[in-house]
Design a binder for this molecule. Sequence first.
Ligand SMILES: [Zn+2]
Length: 651
Amino acid sequence: MKQSFFLVLTILAVTGCTNRNSVKTNSPFNKIEAIEEKYQPLPLTEVKPQGWINEQIRKNLDGFVGRLDTLVPQLIRDDKIYGESRLTKKVKNKEVGALCDAGDWQVQFLWWNSETQSNWRDGYLRSAILLNDKQHLSNLQKYVDYILSTQDKDGYLGIYDKDLRYRFDNENGELWAKATLLRGLLAWYEQTKDQKILSAIERAAQNVIDNYPAFHSHPFYSKQPNVGGTSHGLMITDVFENLFRITGKETYREYCLFLYQDFSEQELNESAQYKKLMNDTLLLSSHGVHVYEHLRSVAAAYYASGNPQLKIALDKFLNKINDETTASGAGVGDEWIGGKKADATKRGYEYCSLQELMHSYLELLLKTGNNTFADQAETIFFNAAQGARHPSESCIAYLKSDNSYYMTGGLNGDNSNKKQTRYTYSPVHQEAAVCCVPNAGRIAPYYVQHMWMKHNQSLVASLLGPCVVTTTVNSHRVTITEKTNYPFENTIEFVVSADSEFDLKIRKPGWVTKFSVDTEYIEEDGYVVIRKNWKGSQSVKINFIPEIVERKDINHENYFTYGALVLASPLAAREEKTKTFAIPGFYNFKYSPKHLKTYWYAGYPVVAVQNNPLIFKTILLNDSTHQKETVELVPMGNTILRQVTFKDPPH
Ligand SMILES: [Zn+2]
C-alpha cells in the first residue's frame, strides 16, 4: 500500500503538479531574496555562565540532568532506538513510559523515546560543555561515538529500519527524531570542532534531502490530521538553519522554506500553518509546544524567501502568541491551547513550551536585532521558568500556572481526572511523558549561549546576567567578564580585556527608564553603545535603576514587577512526598496550601521592605473577608504556591 502511495506522489511530482515553477506568482512561498540575519550567534563554547546561572546549571548536572538515564533507564539506556532497536514492522509493542490508551496504533508512532533521549542529551551535553565537566564530557564522548556508529552508509541517522523510513502516510517521528538528535550533535561539533561530526550531520541532512526532495515530496502528508511526531518534525529547520550558518550553503536555508510550505499545505491540526496564521478570527488552538517551536520555522521560511507575505504571517503569529501569554512570559497550553486565551488562574503552561518559546524569541532576536525579543526571553527565563522548577529539590512542574494554589495533580486543585499528574513536581514525570524534564535541562544553556552575539564590528550583550565571553572581534581576541547578580541586582560591571577597537553594545532592557553609565556612550535602537579603542583591562559600569511597576495582563488583572522580576504573594504550603526514587535525593512532591488566602487589588502602592532588596509589601483586599491586609511580595521564581495577578474587586 505504502509503496503504491509513494509511486503516486512521485508521478505527481514528475508531472509538475507540485513543481515550483507552476506555483502562482503571488504564492507566499515564492523566494524573492533571502534576508541576512542581523546578528551572528556565538558558538556554545565562547560564553561561560557565572554566578547564579552557573550554580543552577551545576545543580541540574548533579540532579535530574546528570541522572535522568538512571532515573528512567528503560526509556534511555535500555532502548537503543537509533541503533539496534530501530523501529521496524516486526516490533509489536514498546515501553514508552506513559499510560497509553489501547487502540489503533502502528509501530511508526513509537518515536517518544527518541525525543526523551535526544532532548535530554542536548541539555546534558550543553550543560557539561558550559561547565567543562570532564567526567560528564567523557561519558558524552562515548555516546557521540556510539551514535556516529549507527549511521548507515547512505547517511541515514534515525529511528526507523529500512522497511519503514521515509514511507509514511500517517503519524511518524522521522524528522523529529533527527531534529532532536542533530541539535545535540551540532553543539558537540561546536565544542570539538571535529570535522567528522560536522560531516556526519551534513550526510544525515543530505539523506533527508535525497529522500524528501525539496518542493517534490510531501514529508508532512498524513491521512489523518492529528500527528504529534510529524508536526514536531518541522523543527528540523533548527538543524538546516544552523548548517546554513556554519557552511554558508543556501540549499540548507531554502530547504526550510520548502518544509514550511509542505507543512502549510497538508491537512493538519496545526495553528502555525500559513492560511491559519493569516486568518485573524482564528485563535491559536493546537498543541502548545508545537505552536511555540513552529514560530522559529515560520521565521526561518521568511528569512529564506524574503517574501513579505510570510512577514505578515510572522507578525500575525506573534500577535496571536501575545493573546496566549501570561504575566510571567509563558505561552499557555495544557497541553492544548484550545482556542482560549491566556489566564493566570485557569490556564496552565508546559515546561516544554517555556523552552521552545524562549528559543523562538532568541532566534527572532538573532534575525532582527529587535531587543523586544530579548525582553520576552528574559521574562520567560527569570519568571515562568524559574517559577516552574522546585526552589530547592531537583524536580520540576510539568504544568504550572501563574496563580498556583494547589500542585496536587490537576489545575489548581481540580483532581477530577485521577490520571492527571502534570501539576506536581517530579524529576521525571513518567506518568505523563518524559518531555518536560529534558527541556528543563535545555533552557539555561540556551539562555547562556545567546547572552552574547556579534554584529559587524560590535559585540552585543544581548541577554544580561553573570557570564564571561571570550571571542574574536575583527580577528582580535576579546574577553569580557560580566560581573553582576542580574536580575536580582541591577548594576552590571563589564570588565573588558582587549587591545583593539570595537563597539560594545549593551542591551537596555525594556523596563529601564533611568540608568547611568560611568563612561562615554551613545544610545542606539535600545542599546547603550560604547565606541572605544580598548587597551589592556578596562571596566564599564552600568546601573539600571529598577522601579516597582503596576502592570496589567491580557485580562486586565493587576500584577507587579521589579526590574525584570515578576512578583508574587507566596502561599505557605503543606508538602507531601508521593514517591522516593531508588537514587538517593530524588522525589515526587505534591503541595496544598496551609491556609488558602487570595486577594483583590486595592490600589495601594508596593514598597520595598527595608534591608531586604527583594522583599516587598503592599495592601490588598482579602477576597473572602473583604478586609484590607498587608501582604508580602517576592520574585515568583522562588515560589511553589503563589498568587501573581490580582483582579479589581467587583463593583
Ligand atoms: Zn513537556
